[in-house]
Design a protein. Structure first.
Length: 598
């Protein structure tokens, strides 16, 4: 059996060989959150890149339950790491710019103090005497490591799965020490289904006759069967229904030739047997028990109010990355994180990556180009300067593709100085960039196009990747002064719902839309019997336009009267002259801007 047979697995390159570039820090007695004292603690870690003289370019990468410190290779002769495609020269975590640190967690089994290391008080492995730990204990040992390295502030802390939980705690407990936190495929607490899988996995280990109550280190055989079954069960949760179909459905009755005592009648069975037995080679059963319990007990709040309160102390930029087919950490939980971060007034961006890979997506290279640029932008802090004029696609006026949005200028003028603004369908952040340059601080965009989200975040803006037609449940009542919907209304199916939501989350709504009753459109209908073409950067025709509605000024005002919305201001503009149309605006203006309140 070769690794190439299962090359798409997140375990494909992991091994039990010694880590050649491992470093160690040993500290004195360490008090766990439980109050139990460990006589000494050793932290195994690896570093990549060069720390600046000011110690201001450090990025802490936190690994998941089955990970270790070997996040990437150090040179061409080194073994690949578990995040090889993310960390390294020229990669999204560029080690030519950043000093990357990854430490094996407390209770780990790859060099840090844990159940398989020697208890200095007995001279024997801790085994079952090693106490349960918490995610907080792990973070505290990492803090001690950073103190040792003279790093007082992190450019970012980044983590996926259990690593994301560590990143959350870093930002909450040490707000002055974290500039950015990147949470990938994680949650503030496990749901009951995820807990159930971990419980069964632990029972598989402790029920193995060779577990010997956890005191198996001096025996000929440890609980290999139980640990392998635990890994097989865990690996199912890391995949998705779609990825399992892709891997195994076409050859389900042609298993790989695996030498195993586990059932291997089906191809998926041979895959799981291989993964389970490979895992036993490099991992310790007692470590699995301690870390899975630490993960299961992590809980920032059972309700939104408690979770929001937990995040209020943080002072960093946030990026929350979720994967659509992840059912271990489902996308709904990432949305809960985003909702709480927004309610806590945090600067947060998010993205939801469509993928078939499941929870393992963050450990596989297929989707890295979808979220890697976002990660890089959030850690870097975005652009230091933004052109005063930025179009809907993020082009500056120097670009041959630049399209000047007249409504941006007029909408910006309608927004009070320093008002908090939510821009729905924000595109690449053209309006938000103008407002940010004008001095506004509380600015958030919502955009469905992930490419546009990336461009906006690269400009240092906070953008939530979401469909506004699904509702604005991420935002609480009156959480913004102004909500903006610019030239997007004509693409929306449920107009009433979106406008109702805008007026729920903001005191004032500003809406702009193309006036379909403009004289140019009337003439096109009358003279040629043809549907109007849209104007702007892209000339859409009737068969490929994203517009599904023809909105006129009288029709929109009828809706406002029907809903009881108060029209505080109306601007009817001509994009040809750049001026406001005062006479017969229903006929001669092609763009309308309304300011609404309830």
């Amino acid at each position: 059996m070769t690794d190439e047979a299962f090359a798409s697995s997140s375990d494909a390159f992991r091994h039990a060989r010694p880590l050649r570039y491992l470093q160690h820090l040993t500290i004195g007695s360490f008090v766990l959150e439980s109050g139990i004292v460990l006589p000494s603690v050793t932290i195994a870690y690896e570093t990549y890149g060069t720390l600046t003289a000011a110690c201001d370019n450090a990025v802490l990468v936190c690994h998941a339950l089955s990970g270790d410190s070997h996040v990437a290779r150090h040179n061409a002769d080194d073994d690949p790491g578990w995040w090889e495609f993310m960390v390294g020269p020229g990669r999204y975590l560029d080690t030519q710019r950043w000093f990357v640190i990854c430490a094996n967690v407390l209770a780990g089994c790859r060099g840090s103090t844990g159940p398989n290391t020697i208890n200095p008080q007995t001279g024997r492995p801790y085994g079952p005497d090693f106490p349960d730990i918490t995610i907080g204990d792990i973070v505290e040992t990492q803090r001690l490591l950073l103190d040792h390295l003279n790093i007082q502030r992190l450019a970012a802390v980044v983590g996926g799965s259990m690593g994301g939980m560590q990143a959350m705690l870093w930002a909450i407990r040490y707000p002055q020490r974290v500039a950015a936190a990147v949470l990938i495929a994680t949650a503030h607490r496990l749901n009951a289904q995820a807990l159930a899988f971990d419980i069964v996995a632990r029972n598989a280990i402790t029920s193995d006759p060779d577990f010997a109550g956890g005191a198996y280190y001096d025996r000929a055989r440890g609980p290999e069967t139980g640990l392998a079954i635990a890994r097989m069960l865990g690996h199912i949760t890391y995949l998705s229904r779609q990825s399992m179909h892709d891997k195994f459905e076409s050859d389900r009755l042609r298993p790989r030739p695996v030498n195993t005592d586990f059932e291997a009648e089906f191809s998926v069975g041979s895959y799981l047997a291989y993964q389970g037995e490979r895992f036993v080679e490099r991992f310790d059963a007692n470590t699995y028990l301690r870390l899975s319990r630490a993960l299961d007990r992590f809980d920032l709040g059972a309700d939104q109010q408690t979770l929001t309160a937990a995040f209020r102390a943080a002072q960093c930029r946030w990026l929350v990355v979720a994967f659509t087919s992840d059912w271990l950490f489902p996308i709904e939980q990432s949305r809960e994180l985003v909702r709480a971060l927004l309610a806590a007034g945090q600067c947060v961006s998010s993205c939801e990556i469509p993928t078939r890979a499941g929870h393992d997506a963050f450990l596989l290279p297929q989707d890295i180009d979808c979220y890697g640029p976002l990660l890089h932008a959030v850690i870097s802090g975005g652009a230091t300067s933004v052109p005063q004029q930025v179009d809907a696609l993020g082009h500056g006026p120097e670009s041959v593709f630049f399209y000047n949005r007249l409504d941006y200028e007029r909408i910006a003028a309608l927004i009070p100085a320093s008002a908090s603004v939510l821009d729905l369908g924000c595109g690449a952040g053209g309006l938000l960039a103008r407002l940010r340059d004008r001095g506004h601080h509380r600015l958030v965009g919502v955009e469905l196009d992930l490419r546009a989200v990336t461009t906006a975040v690269q400009r240092g803006l906070a953008v939530i990747h979401a469909d506004i037609e699904a509702g604005l449940t991420q935002f609480t009542l009156r959480s913004f002064d102004v909500a903006v919907l610019s030239q997007t209304l004509q693409t929306i199916r449920n107009v009433e719902s979106v406008l109702d939501e805008m007026l729920r989350v903001a005191e004032t709504a500003i809406v702009s839309f193309p006036n379909a009753a403009h004289q140019r459109h009337r003439e096109r209908f009358y003279e040629s019997g043809r549907a109007p073409e849209t104007t702007g950067l892209t000339r859409y025709r009737w068969y490929n336009t994203p517009d599904i509605r023809l909105i006129t000024i009288p029709d929109f005002e009828d809706l406002c009267r029907l809903k009881g919305w108060c029209i505080r201001r109306r601007l009817c503009l001509s994009t040809e002259t750049g001026k406001e149309v005062m006479d017969e605006p229903e006929r001669w203006s092609d763009l309308a801007v309304y300011v609404l309140t309830v």
